[in-house]
Each structure stands twice: as structure tokens, then as C-alpha cells.
Design a binder for this molecule. Structure first.
Ligand SMILES: [Fe+2]
Ligand SMILES: [Fe+2]
Length: 288
């Protein structure tokens, strides 16, 4: 938990900064893949969206960080901007290394306000939760060679750090602004997730007029259903929950970690059958 104190702010900012890993995407040990593995990688439908999302996230977080007056929070957010920018370069490196072409990256948002960062943060919480589930399923069926899975793990661990920092920062800011009471927190968190879900649903709805989603992690649930055979919402949610717990176990034990989405997912998993709106997603598409 956070008590809104300077000491706790120093703890969560320093924890974030000290766990930053130094590496360059071009220097990672990209494994040689056979033609079948490269085709499998190429057939994954979300690389273009993921690349756009990471590049835009790099710009948005970096620009927002410059507007933050608190030097410790500014330094931590600037570090997140460095990591998001590097995620974009990592994806570009991977796509180039395996000769995979993707559609051009859409134009970036020019809104770097706190409201835009909050929207980004909640959307990142959703996207990283789903993305962890997808990569957990990929690991289970050994969709990628272990060396490539290890590289994706670096990205997912950094996303886990980002959402952990986000939920602590927002709790800290609420207390600092006199809105730390549990009622206000519950309402603000609910609204934050509702705005993120609305934007994701609006973006991916058939015939949506909005620009493609380009700010979060870029892995939606649609990614899971596009990749795996015989997946159900139940085993996808189970993977999201167990993988999120796995990544969060790597966070310092004295830090608050995201809990809203795992709690909702666990509640849904306790239902004898998932709601019909989810069941309609089955039968599952066959991977290319
Ligand atoms: Fe990222
Ligand atoms: Fe991130």
C-alpha cells in the first residue's frame, strides 16, 4: 500500500528506476528460425498494432514525463518512456530480423496531458493483463522457441513494472490530492477502467470509425483467439490470472500490484459457465 508519504514515493520511484535493465534490441540473442517458425510468427495478426502502440506509448510517456513537476516521479516516468520507446525498437528489430513486413504505423496522438496519461495507464493495465495471458498460452504450447519466448518475457516483465508503477502512482496522487478515501478510489478506478474498455470496444467494434488503437500494449483478447486453436474464454482467463501472478511475483514484495482485473477474472472463473456474450466467441478460429 501507499500512505502518500515522501518516503513511500521515494521507495516506489527508486524501485522502478533500479529494476531498469540495460540492453539494446539489436544486441539480443535473436534465435535463427526455420521457415515454418517464421511463417507462424508472420501469421500473428497484431504486430502492426503492437508496433504502433509501443511507438506511440514511447512518445506519449516521454512527453508527459516532461510536464511532471516532482523530480522523482518525472525520472521514473522518463524511464518508462525509454522502455516503451525501446519496445518499439525491439519489435522493429524482430520484424526486420525475420523479414516480416507490417503495415505503416499510424499518426501519433498529440495529447500529452495527465488525462491522456491516465487513459493510457488504464488501457495498459488491460492490455498487459491480456498480453500476459496470450504469451502464457504461447509458452504452454511452445508456439515459439524458448530463446524467442525469453525475449518476449523481457517485454512482458517491463510491462508488469509499468502497470505496477501506474497503480501505485495513482494511489499516491489520490492521497496527495485528498481523494484517497476508499469510496473515491473505487469510483475513480471504476471510471478509469470503464473509459479504457469503452475506447477498446469502440476501436475494435465492427465498422468502428475511430483510428486504430495505438497507445496501449497492443495485444487484445482478439490476439489470443486469432492465434490459438481450441482455446476457450475460460482457459484464456486462467492463463491471464496465472501469468499475471507469475510476473507480479517478480515485483518488490512491499509494492502495491494491480488487483482489479485479476479479481474480476477470478470471479468470472468461479461462475459455472461464462456469460453468453463471452461464449459466443466460440468456436475458436484455427491458426494459420
Ligand atoms: Fe511497452
Ligand atoms: Fe508499458
Amino acid at each position: 500500500m501507499t500512505d502518500g508519504s515522501q518516503a513511500h514515493k521515494t521507495l516506489f520511484c527508486q524501485s522502478f528506476i533500479e529494476t531498469h535493465r540495460q540492453f539494446e534490441p539489436a544486441e539480443l540473442p535473436w534465435p535463427a528460425l526455420d521457415a515454418v517458425s517464421i511463417d507462424r510468427l508472420r501469421s500473428i495478426p497484431f504486430w502492426s498494432v503492437a508496433l504502433a502502440a509501443e511507438k506511440n506509448a514511447g512518445v506519449m510517456v516521454t512527453r508527459y514525463a516532461r510536464t511532471v513537476t516532482d523530480p522523482q516521479i518525472r525520472e521514473a516516468l522518463a524511464m518508462q518512456g525509454v522502455e516503451e520507446t525501446r519496445h518499439g525498437r525491439l519489435l522493429e528489430e524482430m520484424l526486420a530480423f525475420y523479414g516480416i513486413d507490417v503495415a505503416p504505423v499510424p499518426a501519433q496522438s498529440d495529447d500529452f496531458s495527465e488525462r491522456a496519461f491516465l487513459d493510457f495507464g488504464y488501457e495498459e493495465c488491460i492490455d498487459s493483463f491480456l498480453g500476459m495471458g496470450i504469451f502464457g498460452l504461447a509458452r504452454q504450447i511452445q508456439l515459439f522457441v524458448p530463446e524467442l519466448t525469453d525475449i518476449f518475457d523481457i517485454v512482458m516483465l517491463e510491462e508488469a513494472r509499468h502497470v505496477t508503477f501506474f497503480v501505485i502512482w495513482i494511489a499516491y496522487e489520490r492521497i496527495r490530492r485528498g481523494r484517497g478515501a476508499s469510496f473515491f478510489t473505487a469510483v475513480s478506478t471504476g471510471l478509469g477502467y470503464a473509459r479504457a474498455v469503452k475506447r477498446i470496444v469502440t476501436t475494435f467494434a465492427p465498422g468502428a470509425k475511430d483510428a486504430p488503437k495505438t497507445q496501449g500494449v497492443g495485444f487484445g483478447a482478439e490476439g489470443a483467439f486469432a492465434i490459438f486453436d481450441d482455446i476457450t474464454w475460460r482457459n484464456f482467463l486462467q492463463s491471464c490470472v496465472s501469468e499475471q501472478e507469475r510476473y507480479m511475483s517478480a515485483m518488490p514484495s512491499d509494492l502495491l500490484v494491480p488487483s482489479v482485473l485479476p479479481a474480476i477474472a477470478k470471479l468470472m472463473l468461479r461462475l459455472p459457465s461464462l456469460p453468453s456474450v463471452l461464449r459466443r466467441a466460440e468456436p475458436i478460429r484455427t491458426a494459420a
